[in-house]
Each structure stands twice: as C-alpha cells, then as structure tokens.
Design a protein around this ligand. Structure first.
Ligand code: NDP
Length: 434
C-alpha cells in the first residue's frame, strides 16, 4: 500500500488474488523463497506520456497516456487500451494485474499489460477521435511490437479507434506488422469472432456454470449492464442460448424491455448512431421503459451479467439480486463486483464467474488473431467460434477442478486465481531472477 499510494483499484485487485492463493503458497514454499508475490505485484515497466491534440475549433488539449507492461513471463504483454476520463495509473495497474492471470488461464502464450488515457471520446467528432488516436500512437509505437507488447480495445476503444491506431503505427514505422495490435477490422488483418468474443465467451462460461448445476439459459430472465462491445454480444449469445435479456444500460440510465431487448434496434442506436439509452426506449414504444439515477440491479432476474465497468455491483446490489432469486453471475466487465458483493453471492450459493475467467474469451480470441497474423492465414467464423467455445469450456473446468483440489469446491474465484497464478509463477521460477 505504501509503495503505491492512492491506487485504490489496484490494491483491491491485488488483495483479491492474494486472499485466494494462501493454500498454494503453503504447498509451494519455493514461490515465497524467490519472492514471486513481490515480483508479480511490481510491473516490469510503466510508461506515462503526454498526448497533445487539437480539436475541430483549433483548441489544444493535453491528455495523459499510459502503458503498464506488467508481466511477460508467458509471452508478449497483452491487454487493451481504455479511453475514459476516469483513467489514471491505479485503474491501468488493476487492469494490467488482472490481465496477467486471465491471460495465463487461457492457456495461450501471452503476458499481461494494459494501457489507455484519460481522454473522453464522448461528443467528439470522427476527426477529433482520429487526431487523438494518431497523437497517442506517436508515442506508444516505440514501446509496442508483435514480440514485445500487443494492445487491443477496451472501454472507449473499439474497431474505429483500433483502425486509426494501427494506421498511425504503420505510417510511422513503415511496417505492415499486423500482429502489433488486435481487434482490427476484417479488411486489414482482423479475425472473425474477435468483435463478438468477450460477450459470446462470457455467455458460454455462464452456460457451463449453469450446466454444472443441472440447468441452462433456456427461458431464464437475464439482466446485462452496459450496451458497449461486451454487453451487445453477451445479449446476442444469450438469446441464441434461449435466455431472455430484459434490461441493459449505459452511464445515463437503464432500459427495461419485458419482451426482451430488441438487438437490431440496440445495435442501430448504440453502434451506428452512438446515441444514449433513452433513444432506444423512445423508438421501441410503450413496452420499453427508460430509468435514470437508479441501479439496474433492482430489476429482478435469474442471471446477472455485469458488462459495463468496475465496482458496479455493490453489496446492496448483490443483496437485491440474491433476494430476487438470482442464481448465477457472469462478470463480462473487469472487477464489476465489490469484495462485499462477491461475499454475499458466494454465501448465498450463487454461481459466481469472476471476470478473470468469464471474460477471458476476448483476449483468447485476440491471441487467435495473433496466430492468424503470424501465419498469414484467416479462419472461418464457425471454426473460430468453436475454438472460443472450447477455450471457455476448458477455463471453466480448470477453475472448477482447481477449486476442488484446493478444498474450495464451486469457488470459481479461488479456482481462477490459483490456476492463473501457478502457471505464471512456474514460468517466472524457470526464467530465473528477472
Ligand atoms: P465499451 O466502451 O464498448 O462499453 C462500455 C459500456 O459500459 C457502455 O455502455 C458505457 O456507457 C458503460 N460504462 C462505462 N463506464 C461506465 C461507468 N463509469 N458507469 C456506467 N456505465 C459505464 O467497453 P467494453 O464493452 O469493451 O468494456 C466493458 C467492460 O468489459 C470493461 O470493464 C472492460 O474492461 C471489460 N472487458 C472488455 C473486453 C473487450 O474485449 N472489449 C475484454 C474483457 C473485458 P457509456 O457509453 O454511457 O459510457
């Protein structure tokens, strides 16, 4: 705490992992002897830089850019870029730290990192977004590369931004290095299913948790928070699996649509027009209600899929969900449930899939994009989706088996943390004191 003052989210993320891995340290004294915990909590490298850019009126703005290269024991640093006014070092470090274990859980050769900026894309024109991305990459390009560090999208960074970032990288370096960033468009080296992967993967993970309890999504009432990349494709896959998503949100409020969210309308409003949630309700007519200033978790549901941002399910929200009969929670977002919320879910016997495991489908499919770029190949949608589903099944069973092995059956938080930690720790031991 003293070493990293004020980085609240980073402290929360570290505490959650350390609380789980006690039994592993008991079994493996070599980890403590070589100070693996201390080493894993310290990023290998942190880069903070100035991002100057000009708006459409010619006014100059200065934002702050970050890239935290946390751990490369398993492969090149890999993790997204977040553009949101709340971004500061503590957020980037929490995301980068989580990313180490998530990437390890996928079983693929990728290390952990994260980056972003306190730039607010809301209300900015296309050209302003482009200029910002170009300025951001004008510094970032020196630190990244196919074999070094491979960014991707996150909040506020989608296909459009990845295109501008990659364009600037290519221009500065004079290299068509497709594997330097993932989440690219299909016309310039992107992979099928990457756009859908985090949401689809999260739905697959929850489907596995439900199956392990002898049930399924079929006919279940589901609430998904957010309406960005993760939320939209979570809704799409849940619908295909027979669930009914009755509510979703953005930072202005939430919509309840009892017949089930109209996905085409949602995509039109959020992805094409980039409008707010109330526009969805206005277009949908009398069956949809827009609510602002309240928590979406008040809407009764059997499955909750938080897919917006960190700490969005508080202890109070978790209590409401449990009281309303919620049986499963799948974290599409990173760390969306507070520690108190997690405790309430686990004590109530709710199947709780932590983000590290449940949303790992995004980065796993990014690693598949890197494989396709390296071999100059491109796979079909079906083939890629099957691989994603298999990866999510494997992560689910690894979490479950590891939790049981360490005497915590059904505890996906412990399973994910222990399994993710062990692979990284073993690699770090093998690589010597670096
Ligand atoms: P997007 O920017 O596409 O969407 C984010 C959504 O969450 C928007 O609806 C946004 O509303 C809402 N939101 C963001 N911040 C807040 C806030 N502070 N309060 C309320 N609502 C908020 O991002 P993604 O869908 O990509 O990411 C969502 C979450 O999933 C994040 O936690 C991210 O780290 C995680 N994640 C994403 C992956 C990916 O592949 N994209 C992979 C793994 C995890 P508004 O537009 O009004 O701000």
């Amino acid at each position: 705490l003293r070493r990293n003052p004020g980085e609240i989210e980073f402290h929360q993320a570290v505490r959650e992992v350390l609380e789980s891995i006690g039994p592993v340290l008991g079994k493996h004294p070599e980890y403590a002897e070589s100070k693996i915990i201390e080493r894993i909590c310290e990023p290998e490298r942190q880069i903070i830089f100035r991002v100057p850019w000009e708006d459409d009126r010619g006014e100059v703005h200065i934002n702050r850019g970050f890239r935290v290269e946390f751990n490369s024991a398993l492969g090149p640093y890999k993790g997204g870029l977040r553009f949101h006014p709340s971004v500061y070092l503590g957020i980037v470090k929490f995301l980068g730290f989580e990313q180490i274990f998530k990437n390890s859980l996928t079983g693929l050769p990728i290390g952990g990192g994260k980056g972003g900026s306190d730039f607010d894309p809301k209300g900015r024109s296309e050209r302003e977004i482009m200029r910002f991305c170009q300025s951001f990459m004008t510094e970032l390009y020196r630190h990244i590369g196919e074999y070094t560090d491979v960014p991707a999208g996150d909040i506020g960074v989608g296909g459009r931004e990845v295109g501008y970032l990659f364009g600037q990288y290519k221009r500065i370096t004079n290299r068509y290095e497709s594997g330097v960033i993932t989440g690219k468009g299909l016309s310039y080296g992107g992979a099928q299913v990457r756009t859908e992967a985090t949401g689809y993967g999260c739905a697959f993970f929850v489907d596995e948790m439900l199956k392990a309890r002898g049930t399924s999504f079929d006919g279940k009432r589901v609430v998904v928070s957010g309406s960005g990349n993760v939320a939209v494709y979570t809704i799409e896959k849940i619908r295909q699996l027979g669930g009914v998503v009755v509510a979703c949100s953005d930072s202005s409020g939430y919509v309840v649509d009892e017949k089930g969210i109209d996905l085409d309308l949602l995509k039109q409003v959020k992805q094409v027009e980039r409008q707010r949630m109330n526009v969805y309700a206005e277009r949908r007519g009398s069956q949809a209600v827009f609510v602002s200033g309240r928590s979406i978790w008040e809407v009764p549901c059997e499955v909750a899929m938080p897919s917006a941002t960190q700490n969005e399910i508080t202890g109070r929200d978790a209590g409401l969900l449990v009281g309303n009969g919620c049986v499963a929670v799948g974290e599409g977002a990173n760390m969306p449930t507070t520690p108190e919320g997690i405790r309430i879910f686990q004590e109530a016997g709710v199947a709780f899939g932590p983000g590290k495991a449940a949303n790992a489908g995004g980065v796993a499919t990014s690693a598949l994009e890197m494989q396709q770029n390296a071999s100059r190949d491109s796979w079909t949608f079906e083939f890629s989706e099957n691989r994603l589903q298999q990866i999510m099944r494997d992560i689910h069973s690894r979490c479950l088996n590891t939790a049981a092995e360490y005497g915590m059956p059904g505890d996906y938080v412990a399973g994910a943390n222990i399994d993710g930690f062990k692979r990284v720790a073993d690699a770090m031991l093998s690589l010597g004191l670096i």
